[in-house]
Design a protein around this ligand. Sequence first.
Ligand SMILES: Cc1cc2nc3c(=O)[nH]c(=O)nc-3n(C[C@H](O)[C@H](O)[C@H](O)COP(=O)(O)OP(=O)(O)OC[C@H]3O[C@@H](n4cnc5c(N)ncnc54)[C@H](O)[C@@H]3O)c2cc1C
Length: 362
Amino acid sequence: MPIGIDGYFCTMLDYIVVGIGLAGISFCETLEKGGKTFKVISDKSQRASQVAGGLYNPVILKRFTLAWKAKQQMELAMPFYQNLERKLGVTLDHKLPVLRKFASVEEQNAWFEAADRPGLDHFLSTTIQQNNNPFVDAPFGFGLVKYTGRLDTASLVESFTAYLDQKGILDTQSFDFSSVEHHNDHVLYKSTKARRIVFACGYGLKNDPFFGYLPLNGTKGELLTIKAPGLKEDNVIKSSVFTIPLGNDLYSVGATYKWKDKTNEPTEESKNELVGKLKNFLKCDFEIVGHVAGIRPTVVDRRPLVGQHPEHKNLYVLNGFGSRGVLIAPYASNQLYQAIETGAAIDPEMDIRRFTEKYYFS
Ligand SMILES: Cc1cc2nc3c(=O)[nH]c(=O)nc-3n(C[C@H](O)[C@H](O)[C@H](O)COP(=O)(O)OP(=O)(O)OC[C@H]3O[C@@H](n4cnc5c(N)ncnc54)[C@H](O)[C@@H]3O)c2cc1C
């Protein structure tokens, strides 16, 4: 039996997973389904998954187009989160229609044209929704997107963390990259021996000496929680911001997109930006009761970063979900798992082999 660096005997795990956001959770869940052994190491340096609005919506509402692979992702994601609800005993999926506010008759027409296109026709309602809410300014009404909702990502992270902790397979420290020993058919991390490590660190990838060559940008986002007892709105409304009903007269409002600031601190500037946009269409009093921020792991070409390290064959990455982590996470996790365990090809659009040159030449 092998001896770990701290002198203890250790058995071989199938995987170490680093990071417990949407990426890490989805991969762990896929491992459990496959009967694999694993351990998770995660700190709290990144918080995109805790603060996310959690919307799942297959349509890009700026351009009325279908998001990348949205239909395939939804088919996988919905049963995936239902299973997690059963397993963790929590409600995660809140089904909510998304209403896209129209700014003009031209936009209404563009919506109808889009609703005729194959693929989109499944998701876009062809009836204009009139505005019945006296506290919402929407004279041209709304377009309704079907099969949408909000995943309570904060509850998912909290309950999955507790689940792993209870199983005794969670280590809540920062991963020490210098403690990885590479061997032919395994890696040794301190006293843990595993066949593979999967790094699912979100924007934390920037501190990863193995995968830090990948072109992850990171886009900061901030969200407010408001209390608006008069509003009584049950739909998600997309105007210049999203307003997402949370229950008990609370609504999530956001989000901002900032490219320079890479901290997780909420700012006064973004708060003012969101309040300004909100006041353009909300005609009732509200109180701000929460304000959070996080970094979306966004990628230069807007595709996930999934695959095997060019040199260290036991190391893998699962990252780059941008602003669509809820839908992408189960899909990308499944692709990575199938690639490792069955040799299936990873979708070339998300396979990190598209950036191999950067590893050797930058
Ligand atoms: C304001 C905001 C709103 C959003 N709204 C939506 C939305 O409505 N719908 C949607 O689909 N997506 C949304 N997103 C995007 C979504 O949150 C992300 O795509 C997703 O959460 C990324 O998950 P992740 O697991 O890759 O990263 P993260 O959630 O950042 O998780 C990474 C984990 O790895 C840990 N970690 C990092 N480095 C280390 C290390 N060295 N050692 C140990 N642990 C480490 C971190 O602490 C963290 O726990 C939003 C994001 C933001 C910021």
